[in-house]
Design a protein around this ligand. Sequence first.
Ligand code: GDP
Length: 309
Amino acid sequence: MLDNLTQRLSRVVKTMRGEARLTEANTQDMLREVRMALLEADVSLPVVRDFVAKVKERALGQDVAGSLNPGQALVGVVHKELTALMGGDLGEEASELSLATQPPAVILMAGLQGAGKTTTTGKLAKWLSEGAHTQGGRKTGKKKVLVVSADVYRPAAIEQLRTVAEQVKVDFLPTDTSQKPEQIATAALDHAKRHHYDVLIVDTAGRLGIDDAMMQEISALHGLLKPIETLFVVDAMQGQDAVNVARAFADALPLTGVVLTKLDGDARGGAALSVRHVTGKPLKFVGVSEKLDGLEPFHPERMAQRVLG
Ligand code: GDP
């Protein structure tokens, strides 16, 4: 069983009664527990180090004489910093999709094979076509959505997107695996313009690991499509590996946001913190089910709570 952060901290909190200030000495045990708990929640080591250093800096010297317990004051600092690092410092609108452009607004989906790109494409298509999208906290109405797959390597992936599109009742543009991804993208953009779609979502090929050919292909697609949103889709269950994958995608593409999938698994959500740290981009959505309504906007505060346990 994972020992969660809250439990770990409450044990230390008990030993800290009666202290008037948070000091190097009396926060040491506590910070060690924070470090252990974050590592157990799958946050990567460099991120944990940065985080603990930041909490320490904020906490030291804080006058906690008025607090019920200085340990609790430190827990408060941890919670606040965790929320900020998850993107709470960016404000609510950071997690919204930006579609404010001359239609069609293009959304490019990036990520490894199996991360959940096709499923998320379907979920987003449903989200947008049913009018759940908000801008500045306000709903912006139902969008006319077209989805297309630029995965010419796996005909099954194209079929999967067709099925998903049927299920969520949005238009699917068939593609031919003899075409090049760039041709597919150009044709899809042209089709979306001519038929007045509000949004075009382009699902792309993923590989099992990061490879140069994949990165070159998706950056070429990015250059052609000039998407307003380039979303990096990553599996929360991937844990620490998510960091390397995120870094490779963030280096190759100007990402605008992240979708963290499979949070319904037993992932503690530590990947969210690592991916946010590495990409510097806001998490926009989380996938919470394999069903096509299993998409939720990302809430930094809730994710901090999940990591805290
Ligand atoms: P792609 O290769 O990146 O397009 O990945 P897929 O969309 O095919 O997803 C891979 C697998 O993960 C499928 O079995 C999906 O049903 C599943 N999946 C995707 N998102 C979620 C999610 O949020 N929760 C769960 N439980 N499963 C998901």
